[in-house]
Design a protein around this ligand. Sequence first.
Ligand code: OAD
Length: 253
Amino acid sequence: MTKKEDQKNALESLVHWLRRTPRVVVLTGAGVSQESGIPTFRGPGGWWRNFRPEELATPRAFAKDPRLVWEWYDWRRSLIRRAEPNVGHRALVELEKALPQFTLITQNVDGLHRRAGSRQVLEIHGSIWEVRCPGCGKVEEDHRVPIPIPPYCDACGGLLRPNVVWFGEDLDPRVLDAARQALVQAQVMLVIGTSAVVQPAASFALWAQAAGAKLAEINPAPTPLTQHCDLVLTGKSGEILPLLVRRFKGLGL
Ligand code: OAD
């Protein structure tokens, strides 16, 4: 069989699973937004190729230099605001509409899944469009670009931080619980556009698999999860997801 045939068979198998299984969980990472022009973290041109996470994405970095951290977030916010959801994001909206139980867990903080129209979304690393006051705990949406640097809390005057999860921080326990519940009930788990190296998200697929889910991956490059997958589709999410939706709806490739 040629590689093309392998890929076609894998796509057909995935369609078959999706038709027969009502409970589906999707985990996405930065790769899904790559075709919207937003850099990934670890690939060529990725953020962590040019910047050190310890200087920009840890509580210690923020305590040391909040201005620098906010400048980086403000720059990312300006990039993301100009970006549009891509065909991969939109295909996931279609899948959600067509499947009875669908949970989208994303590591992305850009909000593009929601902007595309996805509803059942768990943003496990938070949102770049929210600010949080570590002093009084207030969280609110903030879409200002540029944002005053550094921004201060209206309620208590404290220094605001982006409401995202940084290295060394725990996920919001309520969001993690909701993710765990979806994962242990999943019959199919689809992992898309993540290098699967950041915990706990990197283990989600294995939790779902241990609870009985079939595992599929969409990514142009192999990841540590690839060897555990029942099915692998090699390529970009913006190319493969629209094909998947077409086949799912019974249309030709
Ligand atoms: P990474 O940058 O680590 O990985 C991106 C993945 O997307 C790689 O496996 C690429 O092969 C794949 N990829 C690239 N282009 C793609 C495309 N068009 N379609 C599909 N896949 C593509 O990003 P994440 O795995 O999301 O954490 O990174 C996880 C976390 O590390 C992020 O949420 C962030 C980061 O530090 C926090 O900010 C807490």
